[in-house]
Design a binder for this molecule. Structure first.
Ligand SMILES: [Zn+2]
Length: 68
């Protein structure tokens, strides 16, 4: 199963979860394991895609270590 990385918008806690494609398409209804918030964004590299609002945020500089 693929792993998805999420970040809590409220407290900043970042965590991973497993889900099948069909589960993800239906919506995962995840909650932050730390504060219980449902205000989560999915993390793609340095970008955070907020699934509820469609907004894309960048979290600052790239952390890949190879592009300065
Ligand atoms: Zn949280």
């Amino acid at each position: 199963m693929p792993t998805y990385e999420f970040k809590c918008i409220d407290c900043g806690y970042q965590f991973e979860t497993f889900a099948s494609m069909s589960e993800k398409t239906k919506g995962l209804n995840l909650k932050c394991p730390q504060c219980g918030s449902e205000n989560l964004g999915e993390v793609f590299g340095a970008m955070i895609y907020l699934s509820k609002t469609g907004e894309i945020k960048t979290s600052g500089g790239c952390r890949c270590g190879s592009c300065g």
